[in-house]
Design a protein around this ligand. Structure first.
Ligand code: SF4
Length: 373
């Protein structure tokens, strides 16, 4: 049903909700009245009146773009920062992790598919929280920062922006776990409020893998976005999910590692993550540890000094080694630091080398995440 003003009664109701807000980074299309283009992520969706963007949480209502998940949270957990993973950013700290529904990717192996692959045509869900409430919870639980994660935070940009700004005023840091598809113009605006990003690659950034298993036409723009994050001064760690048989090519890891060395520096942490069967790829096996070790060796061969293996608790490549003398300066078990041997200023106790770590050791070492929603 459409009202006399042109807005359907359903959309009129929607516009009254606290979690529906005018979006940022969009423009009306001059040659197509009523249509808009969203410039928040590299998909740059052109959206017809009454329709949604690819992420399923941005809707064109009467020629204006709205975000439908502002503060509509599906999770609010207290996590160790190592779970993001961020190994060289305020080690041993805790973060309040938040998410909504929706994603701009369609990964067939997503571990959080219940929230990420839920498009809002299928129904809105979540619990509304204001930025003030999120920051208050972070302070009450004595978190060191807030992390925007689980689903792709780009698609809830407006809430992330407002929360990050407020969190920063209260002395908290902000980090995001992202697929790297946010446009450089959106990164620039977020720049002063975000402190760190974990950028997740899958299948070594292989184009065919992105097309076939993630529904993404081209991963190349991710590299431009990472460079913008770097210009903004964010701390960056890169992960790569190694999917056995279809996303474990040596040449892809070599290329990715080389790009990191040349563009972000050889002391950038690089995490090779073990795949676990999930969602639409349950018939695939877990990644053999031998494959992860072989790829880690290749990444190190390209010059990377901090290569980690993730999702294999107890593996020696969970530890941090001094790039100069090889001494294990931080020992970990899963997400916990079990031995911190660095001296003040993150200096190796054996040879005096200053490690590439931002922030001091916070020593909280939370063992298990805590759900607060
Ligand atoms: S954020 Fe959503 S609507 Fe905007 S371009 Fe990306 S997928 Fe499309």
């Amino acid at each position: 049903m459409v009202s006399s003003e042109g807005t359907s009664s359903k959309d009129k109701e929607l516009l009254k909700k606290p979690y529906v807000r005018l979006a940022r980074f969009w423009e009306p299309l001059k040659d197509k009245p009523g249509y808009v283009r969203c410039n928040l992520c590299h998909r740059r969706c052109i959206i017809a009146p009454g329709k949604y963007g690819v992420c399923g949480v941005r809707k064109n209502i009467d020629g204006k773009l709205y975000v439908l998940v502002y503060g509509l949270l599906t999770a609010m957990n207290l996590d160790p920062i190592e779970k993001k993973p961020l190994m060289h950013f305020y080690p041993g700290s805790t973060v309040l992790s938040i998410s909504t529904v929706g994603c701009n990717f369609f990964c067939k192996f997503c571990q959080n598919w219940e929230i990420s692959q839920s498009r809002l045509e299928k129904g809105l869900y979540g619990e509304y929280k204001s930025p003030e409430e999120v920051v208050k919870a972070a302070l009450e639980w004595k978190a060191d920062g807030i992390t925007y994660t689980y689903n792709e935070p780009t698609i809830f940009y407006e809430f992330m922006y407002d929360t990050a700004k407020l969190a920063k005023e209260k002395g908290l840091f902000n980090t995001m776990v992202t697929n790297g598809y946010m446009t450089p113009e959106a990164i620039k605006e977020l720049g002063p409020y975000m402190d760190a990003a974990t950028v997740d690659f899958k299948g070594g950034g292989n184009k065919e893998f992105y097309r076939k298993f993630m529904g993404v036409p081209d991963p190349d723009p991710i590299f431009d976005s990472i460079l913008e994050m770097k210009r903004q001064g964010w701390w960056i760690e890169i992960t790569n999910l190694v999917v056995p048989k279809v996303g474990d090519k040596e040449e892809d890891i070599r290329r990715l590692a080389r790009w990191i060395v040349e563009n972000l520096g050889d002391e950038t942490p690089f995490h090779l993550l073990r795949f676990h069967p999930d969602y639409l790829m349950r018939d695939f096996p877990v990644t053999p540890v031998k494959t992860l070790e072989k790829l880690a060796k290749i990444a190190m061969g390209e010059g990377l000094k901090h290569v980690y293996i993730g999702n294999v608790p107890g593996h020696p490549l969970e530890n941090t080694y001094c790039p100069r003398c090889g001494y294990p300066v931080i020992e970990r078990m899963g997400f916990s630091i079990v031995a911190w041997k660095l001296k003040k200023g993150n200096v190796c106790p054996r040879c005096g080398y200053k490690l590439n770590i931002r922030g001091e050791y916070r020593g909280k070492n939370l063992r298990f995440p805590l759900s607060l929603l």
